[in-house]
Design a binder for this molecule. Sequence first.
Ligand code: ADP
Length: 495
Amino acid sequence: MNKILIANRGEIALRIMKSAKEMGIKTVAVYSEADRNSPHVKYADEAVLLGPPPSAQSYLLGDKIIEVCKTLGVDGIHPGYGFLSENGEFAQAVEEAGITFIGPKAHSMKVMGDKLSAKEAAKEFGIPLVPGTEGAIEDPKEAIAISREIGFPVLIKASAGGGGKGMRIVEKEEELEEQIHSAISEAKSAFGNGAVFIEKYVSSPRHIEVQVLCDSHGNRVHLFERECSVQRRHQKVIEEAPSAILSDELRAEMGAKAVDVARSCNYLGAGTVEFIMDESHNFYFMEMNTRLQVEHPVTEMITGVDLVKEQIKIARGEALSFKQEDLKIHGHSIEVRVYAENARENFMPDIGKLRVYQRPHGVGVRVDDGFEEGMDIPIYYDPMISKLVTYGKDREEARVRMLRAIEDYKIVGLHTTMEFAKFVMEHPAFISGDFDTHFVNKHFKPEYLEADVAEEGEQVAALISAYLLNQQSNKGINPSEKQAKQNSKWKANRL
Ligand code: ADP
């Protein structure tokens, strides 16, 4: 493979290009009009404009992307996450055009892309499933009988749902029938597929997922777990590896089950098997994500494996260079998803300009991002600015380092999830490891946050620009600058 096209944008496009570069592979970026000046466009060896900002007119244009590959002599496509990454038809079309799709085969995506067919495949391999209806609900009466058996609350899930969408919690039997009908019509309009099913609503649930890698020679390994229980709107916001609560035995058991899930759909490449765990540490298969996961860096930090390089090697037909027993957990890693969101306003997107943007640095800090100072966060896509990742010899070091990195990360111009992340890092439930997916509801209130740093930051930025303007118009040194010079001279003398 000499040249790959990254059918994605932002931080993940850049992250993939960096591994490709280290492997001596040329890269092609694609972009929409909104991303003309994005770092991923500048970093690539070549870049092609796809179209206007909306994804449907740019990043989702599979046929156009394949045409670009043919024109530029591209021999592999990496889809990243989101957009076309879990689209089996696209993967198939890529292969038919004689280009390598860096990911699983269309068949595996199809099986795992639908929650019901995924459960069916996993069941054959004896994977534990959350109690509930076997298939799509045909008759609400039957669903009511099953819900009564497993006990309320229950969850109605859309088989084609994703990204935390298409789920409803039903607390009482009287509400179930009506909720099923609205869930079906909602699923039809949102996902074009009205299949819904019922699952027991696991109380005090933890989201624990396992990273797997499978090559085309029949080798399959797992790279341990990631704990993703700190969520808002059923969507992850803070992840870590390893989980604070797994014993070695449980880790090995979940890992083996995850590998079985991969086997059940003949998986190829990097994938993630998601489990939900209850208070008694019973775990159940939820779904498999057939792509690179947003939170993959925490696994890279604790295993030393570059997952993108492994994806490319597997796509080239190479055998995995390590066995399960070669993989060990070293230290601990935490990831904070830095979203342009306001935790004070129910995590509403807070789109705007990165007026000041300064990354943290130093030992054990990794920032995967796709923006520069002065850029706008576009309204058309996911409002994630970056992923702030720390690594430490143990969980406590990674946690304290995260607090330091949050303090060192200067973002002015919009609210971000970092202030919420600081709250989490300092919360006794997070520190002790005793938390679940209800962390936000149980422990968080906007008034617990410190003074509004974004607004304060705005004021500081305004003061700085007023100061600079003043300097430009008045060439002489103003008193505060004189003082600063004196201070640094004094410091230099002391050294
Ligand atoms: P999606 O495909 O939308 O990401 P998932 O099935 O992965 O949906 O579930 C997303 C989140 O919803 C989980 O991480 C968990 O917080 C919650 N969830 C899903 N299923 C259950 C369940 N049976 N009981 C309790 N919470 C659940």
